[in-house]
Ligand binder design. Structure first.
Ligand code: MG
Length: 458
């Protein structure tokens, strides 16, 4: 094996980089040619993109590469990532390439590759495509067999219709709810507001202009940068607010009082509602998600599949185990009957559906779930030191039950845990902690924070 064959291009979520720096047009074209060769068949490939300034240019490079491999390709242009994924799944495509860097800062971009089912390709498939690329084993079509390109214009309408078919649109319309959508200058600007309007909502949109500079609150929604949404919800007496990330697959909600919730709390509300329809689950989620999901699932006799951290890991677990529901703490919710990938607009429609079906406010619906206290933090740690730090932390953690699904998850008692995990993409050690007792959480967190800092500095 050559040295090159060890190199990895795909990270936690596709290929990412900075155009003009480490994501050159030459690289993108050659990579697209490799992907086009891998998926060469009777069905065309779909190429779509997000709102980034560099996305139209990179999309053209992707189209060129795929055609150069001899594959037919359709250009979809701007739409949320889950809309492109749903189009691949339902409109007869062999695969899809989406030019996006999700929630990363504006200078980034990337490529997300999905199979004919619209789901991100498996890790083994990524490795196989990397082999094609590094070995320059991609197909070079001659003048007679070079691929053709056309336009795909149905992506957004197909997406909105697909989502509406999964919820009780009539009942939602009767609510005549006012909703605040903070699209964060991202791709949901072209879909989610129209979906909500068609579901009978009065829609207030903020940061609603698609803009690759993300001048509003940036492409990543976090409880810290969503004050504008909370204020708008209170000012307009809205039923709730929802904020999407740059490519529209993640969503964070606030209730009618403007209080913001992490994705696992809103996700647990949906799991509680949807398990009545999808009896037994299973529910797929990452080990960093709240135990609330487990408690709800147990009450409803459903199994939880705890996965490694990453949306692809959740999607793949759903596909492999035929799970209808999936979620992440960062605001990813996956509804299998629609498509087993995280989807901000689908999640919004499901939240509307819960409120319509139960006839209660958002805060009441979510307040009915058991309360847990959470803490999340990150500590800088050089990539080459992560292994040593984790070994040290493991040897110093002599208490509790340990779960090694991803990193080190230590259960100190039945409802108190802490997860120490090296980031797969950044030079960081991430810490997640949860307990039913706030003072217990503080004590545990402080102790482990010292341990982590000590291990990194030593
Ligand atoms: Mg995203």
């Amino acid at each position: 094996m050559t040295l090159e064959s060890y190199r990895k291009l795909f990270g936690t979520n596709g290929i990412r980089g900075i155009p003009g720096k480490d994501l050159s047009l030459e690289f993108v074209t050659e990579m697209a040619q490799s992907i086009g060769s891998y998926f060469l068949g009777p069905k065309p490939l779909l190429v779509g993109n997000d709102v980034r300034n560099s996305s139209p240019t990179l999309s053209k490079a992707v189209l060129s590469g795929v055609m150069a491999a001899g594959s037919e390709v359709q250009e979809a242009g701007l739409a949320p990532t889950p809309a492109h994924q749903f189009a691949v799944r339902t409109l007869g495509y062999g695969a899809g390439i989406i030019v996006t860097a999700s929630h990363n800062p504006p200078q980034y971009n990337g490529m997300k590759v999905v199979g004919s089912d619209g789901v991100e390709i498996a890790r083994e498939t990524e490795r196989e495509i990397e082999q094609v690329y590094f070995g320059k084993k991609y197909r070079k079509a001659d003048w007679k067999s070079v691929g053709r390109a056309g336009k795909e214009t149905r992506v957004v309408e197909n997406y909105i219709r697909g989502i509406m078919s999964q919820v009780d649109a009539m009942k939602i319309s009767e609510m005549k709810a006012t909703v605040v959508l903070d699209v964060g200058n991202g791709a949901q600007a072209v879909a989610a507001p129209y979906l909500c309007e068609r579901l009978g909502c009065k829609v207030i949109t903020i940061n609603g202009q698609p803009d690759g500079n993300f001048p509003g609150r940036g492409p990543e929604p976090t409880p810290a940068n969503l004050k504008g949404m909370s204020d708008a919800v209170k000012a307009y007496h809205a039923a709730f607010g929802v904020a999407y990330d740059g490519d529209g697959d993640r969503s964070l909600f606030c209730d009618e009082n403007g209080e913001i919730y992490w994705g696992d709390r809103t996700g647990s509300l949906l799991v509680d509602f949807l398990l009545d329809k999808h009896k037994g689950g299973p529910v797929a989620t990452t080990v960093s998600t709240s135990q609330l999901v487990g408690i709800i699932a147990e009450k409803k006799n459903a199994e939880v599949i705890w996965t490694t951290v990453g949306s692809v890991d959740v999607s793949r677990a759903m596909v492999n185990r035929n799970a209808p529901l999936g979620l992440e703490e960062n605001g990813g919710f996956f509804y299998g009957p629609h498509i087993p990938v995280r989807d901000g607009a689908m999640t919004t429609a499901l939240v509307l559906n819960v409120l319509a079906a139960r006839g209660v406010s958002f805060s009441k619906a979510i307040g009915a779930l058991p309360q847990f206290f959470q803490m999340k933090a990150k500590f800088e740690c050089p990539n080459d030191k992560k292994k040593e730090v984790m070994t040290k932390l493991e040897s110093e953690s002599r208490e509790g039950r340990i779960d090694r699904t991803d990193g080190l998850k230590i259960w100190l008692d039945e409802h108190t845990w802490i997860l120490l995990r090296p980031s797969g993409t950044e030079p960081l050690i991430r810490v997640y902690a949860e307990s039913d007792d706030e003072s217990k959480l503080d004590k545990m967190y402080n102790r482990y924070q010292d341990l982590v800092k000590g291990a990194i500095e030593s």
